[in-house]
Design a binder for this molecule. Structure first.
Ligand code: FE2
Length: 410
C-alpha cells in the first residue's frame, strides 16, 4: 500500500512538473513584425506554440495560430527549442501557450513594438550578470516592471558558461516576466566569459553565428548594432559594419552595443586600440549617436565625443557640441563592482553601483537614464500601455550633470 502511495505521489509530481521551462524571447528581426520564442524542452514530444491576438488562456482550442519549432539544439545540457514568428502586426498583444505530449505551459504574452513616425521606444541596456545572484535578480525583476520593447544585453552572463551556470541564468531570467505573464525580447551580445560564439547562438537563436548583427526597430527609426569584441575586430566584422551603416543612411538613429569598452573607466582594464581604430571614426562619421559598452563593472556616461588626437583630446577623443557619439556603460548587472578610477576630460559622470541604462527613443531625441537596481522589490510597475511613465520608488541616478542624458536629432 505504502509503495503504491509513493508511486502515485511521484506520478502526480511528474504530471504537475513543467515539461518546458527556461522561457526566453529574442529577436532576429524588427520587433514590430517578428519575435523568437525559446524554451527548454524537459520531456515530451511534438511541442507546439499556440498563439493569437486574443487571450484564450490555457485552452489551445481557442488559439487561431500554431507554430512548431524552426530550430532545436542540444546545448548546455538543455534541449533548446526556438519558434520564429514573422508577419506579426505592430503594437499588438500576442498571447501564447506551449503544449507537448506531456504538458502545457502557463499562458504568456508579448507585445510587438510600434512603428510609424510618431512611435516611441523603451529599451533597457546593460550586461555583466555573472557572480552575484542578488543584484542580477534585482535587475531582472526591474525588467518585469519597466516593460521595455527590448533588452540589450552586452555579454558576460555567467562566470564560465557551464551548463549549471546557464541553467541558473535562464531560471533567473524568468524574473523578467511580469506578473501577468508578459515577456520582453533580448538582444544579446557576446562577452569574454562566453567562451565561444555557440553559447550565444545556441541559447538565444540570434541572427548571426558570428554574433555581430543589426536589427531595425520600427519604420527605419532605429538600427541597433550588436558587435562582437571577442573575435577579430578588423576584417570581415568591421567591413560588414561599414557597409551596413552606409546602406542605412536614411535610418534616423543608429545605436550600438558590445562588450569591451574602447576606453574603459577602470584603470586596470586595457585600452582597446583596435576597436578605436576600426569603429570610433566610423561611429562618428556614420552618426552612431549612442554606444553601450560593458565589461568593466563600473558606471559612466560621456559627453558627445569625436575621435581626435589634437590638443583638446584625451585618450583619442574630444568633447563636441554637436554630432558626437555618447558612450555609456559599463556593465553592472551582478558582476563584482569596480571603482571608476580612470575618467577622461570628456566623461560626463561616473560612479560604482549595480545598474543598467533605461533608454527612450523617438523621432526627436534619445533619453538615457541610469537606474540603480538594488531596491527593485520596492519599485512599482509601469502600465502596460505606457512604458515611459516613471514608476513610484524607482531609484534613478542623479549625478552632478543631471539624471537624463539627452541626445537631440540633427
Ligand atoms: Fe568581460
Amino acid at each position: 500500500m505504502k509503495h503504491i502511495l509513493i508511486f502515485l505521489l511521484v506520478f502526480l509530481h511528474i504530471q504537475l512538473a513543467a515539461k518546458t521551462d527556461k522561457y526566453r524571447l529574442t529577436l532576429r528581426d524588427n520587433p514590430a513584425h517578428s519575435i523568437v520564442i525559446g524554451w527548454n524542452q524537459v520531456s515530451g514530444d511534438n511541442p507546439v506554440v499556440f498563439y493569437d491576438t486574443v487571450d484564450h488562456g490555457s485552452s489551445e482550442d481557442g488559439y487561431a495560430n500554431m507554430a512548431v519549432p524552426n530550430r532545436s539544439v542540444e546545448f548546455a545540457e538543455m534541449d533548446n527549442r526556438f519558434v520564429r514568428l514573422n508577419d506579426l502586426t505592430p503594437n499588438t498583444s500576442y498571447y501564447f501557450i506551449i503544449t507537448d505530449s506531456d504538458s502545457k505551459s502557463k499562458r504568456y504574452w508579448f507585445k510587438t513594438a510600434p512603428d510609424g513616425p510618431d512611435a516611441r521606444y523603451s529599451f533597457i541596456a546593460g550586461g555583466d550578470s555573472r557572480n552575484n545572484p542578488e543584484p542580477r535578480r534585482n535587475a531582472n525583476l526591474l525588467v518585469s516592471k519597466l516593460k521595455p520593447h527590448a533588452v540589450l544585453f552586452g555579454g558576460d552572463m555567467t562566470v564560465r558558461g557551464s551548463a549549471k551556470q546557464w541553467e541558473a541564468w535562464l531560471d533567473d531570467w524568468q524574473l523578467t516576466i511580469s506578473e501577468d505573464g508578459r515577456m520582453y525580447p533580448l538582444i544579446p551580445a557576446r562577452g569574454n566569459h562566453e567562451k565561444n560564439n555557440e553559447m550565444v547562438y545556441h541559447l538565444f537563436d540570434v541572427p548571426s553565428e558570428e554574433i555581430y548583427y543589426a536589427i531595425t526597430i520600427g519604420d527605419d527609426l532605429i538600427r541597433a548594432y550588436t558587435l562582437n569584441t571577442e573575435i577579430s575586430i578588423a576584417g570581415e566584422q568591421s567591413a560588414w559594419l561599414k557597409n551596413d551603416l552606409e546602406s542605412h543612411s536614411n535610418t534616423r538613429w543608429k545605436i550600438a552595443q558590445y562588450h569591451k569598452p574602447i576606453r574603459p573607466h577602470v584603470s586596470t582594464k586595457p585600452e582597446k586600440n583596435t576597436q578605436y581604430a576600426e569603429w570610433a571614426q566610423l561611429f562618428y562619421e556614420q552618426k552612431v549617436r549612442l554606444v553601450v559598452e560593458c565589461d568593466a563593472h563600473t558606471v559612466k556616461t560621456t559627453w558627445p565625443v569625436k575621435p581626435s588626437t589634437g590638443k583638446e583630446s584625451d585618450e583619442g577623443f574630444m568633447r563636441v557640441q554637436q554630432d558626437g557619439t555618447v558612450y555609456v556603460g559599463e556593465g553592472c548587472w551582478g558582476a563584482p563592482l569596480r571603482e571608476s578610477d580612470d575618467p577622461k576630460s570628456w566623461t560626463r559622470d561616473h560612479g560604482m553601483f549595480n545598474q543598467f541604462k533605461w533608454i527612450f527613443i523617438d523621432n526627436e531625441k534619445i533619453e538615457v537614464r541610469t537606474v540603480k537596481v538594488d531596491n527593485a522589490p520596492d519599485v512599482a510597475s509601469v502600465p502596460n500601455d505606457d512604458p515611459f511613465s516613471i514608476p513610484a520608488n524607482i531609484d534613478i541616478w542623479e549625478p552632478e550633470n543631471g539624471a537624463v542624458v539627452t541626445i537631440i536629432a540633427d
